[in-house]
Design a protein around this ligand. Structure first.
Ligand code: SAH
Length: 463
């Protein structure tokens, strides 16, 4: 397993000072699971590359029972990918071998350690659970340009299809320590596996290396959950410390993001909602129950939308949405396009009148059933947007979520979850009463028996 770091900063060989490794020497370090070698395949004035080669001792791993997927099949301890791929072993190697560089220190070039320089990282084999889409969702928001080449499962048998292994190139002009911190956290997140037991101390490591980028990363929840091996208590604690508003403090049931994460459902849902609103030709858009602003982020990227309003009953969520979208740092013109309002969808609100479209994504199931009648009037009668895109869980699909106990809802705060026929009859009735027509759409992969995980109604006001 090889990690190379290349710079074209001049003099490029200063990379050696940043990494505290001399470009002319091969150095070897003993680690608990094998050896790490550092060498420079090229060291010229205008281009220099440092390589970190991990030589994992597979036999030693079995003996020390660092085995991987032991429960999967009998030989998994002996036949596995651990020696050949970037995993938490690589993170440990980075922390040990590039320790000073990771913390941003350079004895001989302290000012260079504080200077953004052009850097290119190459990981020879990176396992990506969630594929290229997930890989991009992790690195692109951090400003990287990402090139990935997916490997087939076996080059001799094309029809076996693609593997989850990629050769990945990341480019960015930034501090070396910044890249190393991103890799330290995100490599095991992509792999979704750790070779050691995860406990409280892992939160500290995560927060330390995630400082100043994780709290604003749009995939923060998945990153934290995977990094902490999906341990719910630790995940909640870490998100809490990151300033996130996690509501399930006293419960042990998995949260909605964790349950739905495996199928990337939130992303699919928000992308679909954005596309449908865009196609309607809308210019002024409401995001009702906007939460922490994930849909708002997508909406404001679309120039078609001249005005975007995020509304939520929770002050805390609005505050987080503003932070995540860097609202106070947006240019004045962008600030004018985007407004946040606090309010409840159960009370008539003149600020909501006259919009072209409203998104109500995963909100109605948070309302007490007796309040639904008020919500219907507030939205369809008083606000009366030209079109409404509304989504809610399809409860029939819940049996497909392995980590959701039978009979439980996807979120502690859900007051109800509907079957497809319950939702369709509610939506049809509402549209009749308030002069809309409605069409139904599936969001996420459709199962022939239980349908799609999310159901969507698109309401259009009749002229
Ligand atoms: N639409 C977002 C958030 C969904 S979570 C997304 O898809 O990511 C549900 C959101 O609805 C929460 O942010 C919650 O604060 C908000 N909410 C619940 N009851 C509400 C009400 N009566 N009025 C407005 N927002 C409400």
């Amino acid at each position: 397993m090889l990690l190379t770091i290349t710079t074209t900063y001049s003099p490029a060989t200063d990379l050696g000072y940043l990494l505290h490794k001399h470009p002319d020497r091969l150095q070897t370090f003993d680690l608990a699971f094998g050896q790490a070698h550092v060498f420079y395949p090229e060291a010229e004035k205008d281009r220099c590359t440092a390589a970190l080669l991990l030589d994992v001792d597979s036999v030693g791993l079995v003996r020390r029972s660092y085995g991987h997927n032991r429960e999967n099949f009998a030989l998994a301890e002996y036949v596995n990918d651990r020696a050949y791929v970037a995993s938490s072993f690589m993170s440990v190697a980075i922390a040990k071998v590039y320790r000073s560089a990771l913390s941003g220190n350079s004895k001989d070039r302290p000012e260079l350690a504080e200077t953004p320089i052009p850097l290119c990282i190459k990981l020879s084999v990176l396992p990506c659970r969630g594929g290229e889409t997930f890989l991009r969702r992790l690195f692109e928001p951090l400003g990287y340009s990402v090139i990935s080449v997916r490997h087939s499962l076996d080059t001799n048998f094309d029809d076996w299809g693609a593997s989850r292994y990629f050769t990945v190139t990341l480019e960015k002009e930034c501090l070396l320590s910044e890249i190393l911190r991103h890799l330290y956290v995100l490599i095991p997140v992509l792999d979704d596996e750790k070779h050691y037991w995860v406990a409280e101390a892992e939160i500290e490591k995560l927060l330390k290396h995630g400082e100043d980028w994780l709290s604003e990363h749009p995939e923060q929840e998945v990153i934290v959950s995977r990094y902490l091996k999906h341990q719910r208590r630790l995940t909640r604690q870490a998100l809490h410390q990151l300033g996130d508003s996690i509501e399930e403090e006293e419960t042990d049931s998995p949260n909605e993001a964790e349950i739905e994460e495996h199928i990337g459902l939130n992303e699919v849902r928000l992308t679909k909602a954005t596309e449908i609103i865009k196609m309607s030709g809308a210019k002024r858009v409401l995001d009702l129950g906007c939460g922490e602003g994930k849909l708002l982020r997508k909406l404001i990227r679309e120039k078609q939308f001249e005005e975007v309003v995020g509304m939520d009953v929770s002050h805390q969520s609005l505050k987080i949405a503003q932070q995540r979208l860097h609202y106070d740092r947006l240019p004045e013109k962008e600030q004018e396009r985007l407004t946040f309002i606090q309010g409840s969808l159960c009370y008539r609100d003149s600020r909501l009148s006259g919009y072209d479209a409203a998104a109500v994504i995963e909100v109605i199931e948070h309302l007490d059933k007796p309040r639904l009648a008020a919500f219907e009037r507030v939205l369809f009668e008083y606000a009366g947007p030209t079109m409404v895109v509304l989504t809610t869980p399809n409860v029939e699909f819940n049996i497909k979520f392995e980590n959701l106990p039978a009979g439980k809802f996807r979120h502690r705060d859900h007051r109800f979850e509907w079957t497809r026929s319950e939702f369709e009859s509610w939506a049809t009735d509402v549209s009749k009463r308030f002069g809309y027509s409605v069409t139904f759409h599936s969001v996420g992969e459709v199962d022939s028996d239980v349908g799609a995980p999310t159901q969507m109604g698109v309401f259009t006001q009749q002229k």
